[in-house]
Design a protein around this ligand. Sequence first.
Ligand code: GRF
Length: 188
Amino acid sequence: MKKVLLFASGGGSNVKAILRYFQDRPEISFPLIITNNRHAGVIGIAQDNKIDVMLVDKDLFNEEVFIDTLEYFKPDLLVLAGFLWKIPGYMVKAFPNKIINIHPALLPKFGGKGMYGHHVHEAVVVRGESVSGITIHFVNEHYDEGTVLLQKEVALESTDTPEIVAAKVLSLEHTWYARVIDSLLQQA
Ligand code: GRF
């Protein structure tokens, strides 16, 4: 049995796509979804899939004791799927090369603190980029700087709005994140 902990702060469309991809794979389990946002749409997705939700506040999340909760599940992978908080150093150290994130741009461009969600796609449009895409990477102590596992590009038109860029990029996320998780779990 491989166990994956999911972290999300928002609507959870990536979580939904991941759960759908693994729905016929009982050997892969998702025992817990962790969120920092009591209004997150991902909570509804967790309920629909009968997955427990843990709502964390900043103090708890930054307390080393939180590691005991995470280690209780003996996770093979911690998957950030639109989780907006920086991962504390103690967590990165406790799960070396076991925490991954998806960024909705081609890092190192358009990455770092504050570059999330719509802010990324607006910056891409303002810069007049002809391509955007996704970066799936290991998480280290710095925002968006861990080893890159996969990048996929999508072509942009000069008329594309940030919303159109977001939709093009989100489609790549939904296609590729679960595949990268699957391949990492095969190696775990
Ligand atoms: C996605 O754009 C992802 O790239 C970023 O946060 C967003 C999550 O969207 N990390 P959702 O909550 O999975 O719909």
